[in-house]
Design a protein around this ligand. Sequence first.
Ligand SMILES: [Mn+2]
Length: 358
Amino acid sequence: MKMTFRWFGTGQDPISLGEIRQIPGVGGVVTSLLDMPAGVAWPMERIAAMKDEISAAGLEVEVIESVNIHEDIKLGADGRDEKIENYILTMERLAQIGIKCICYNFMPVLDWARSHLYYELPDGSNTMKYEAEFIQNISLEGLAQRYAKEAGDYEMPGWEPARMKTVRTALEAYEGMTEDKFYANIKYFLDAIIPHAEKLGIYMGVHPDDPPVSIFGLPKLIISRDNLRRFLDLNPSKHNGLTLCTGSLGARKGADIPAMIREFGGEGRIHFAHVRNLRFENETDFYESAHLTSCGSLDMYAIMKAFHDVDFKGCMRPDHGRMIWDETKKKGRPGYGLYDRALGAVYLQGIWEAICRN
Ligand SMILES: [Mn+2]
């Protein structure tokens, strides 16, 4: 296991590579070119410059999170072939700087959703929260406005104001989308890109849908053990794999995350891991807690033990954290402050060391 840290890029992240390098045990970052719209081929100069900047800071980059999929591909629309060609071009260029894994998701229209970005906890820290009833009673535009107002200077990935302008049309495009059609569109994409991934030595890791429930009437597919199985079976290559996100999958109460890690990791289909905790407040609502088992509802020891037992060798990162120690909005995007995620990275490595030495 290699411990990494998400970094949004210069000008996109108030946290510097120098700060990340000082987190014990963290040897690399997971990053992206956030300004690249879905569907275009990323320019080689930009990719090379990103790599040089990270190397100069003494860090590695093996995982890109994310190369986003254009809606035409998800919808199976006319323009999809051209966008898939651009996706493959981006993969080829990323392989040139040594990228081994690409994280992406197949969520329709929206990347993720929460009701609260800064939900205050009793200890004075704040965190992201999902309240089902709140989401049911707000429009998509209302939620986007709330994020734009709350998030401060940074656009929330997946909720950029430019993207929100077309979102109503995008939502309408999904009317009548059945699960079978959606899986067929995923298969079309996978069958086109996976042979290239094999040649390039790139492992694709789909991120589960977050939250793992249907919102705004949109279909949600990548949410459970059975659906992950169905997704992987669409293309049996090992290069078609998963980003195992404990927080996203764990937001379905009763989901057995260690069992999923053992099943899919045992088959060599987990290529990247997001490890975080959450605390359920009732059957549907949760907030993103500190990483410790005692702080949330997931058993972090059992999760790390499962990764260890399947000999997981890929990159892992702590996932969302709380904002603590007077971290303001200027110090990080919601869920992506420095301190709590750094504590998470070190805590997970502590568990890992204990398991390895036991
Ligand atoms: Mn995640």
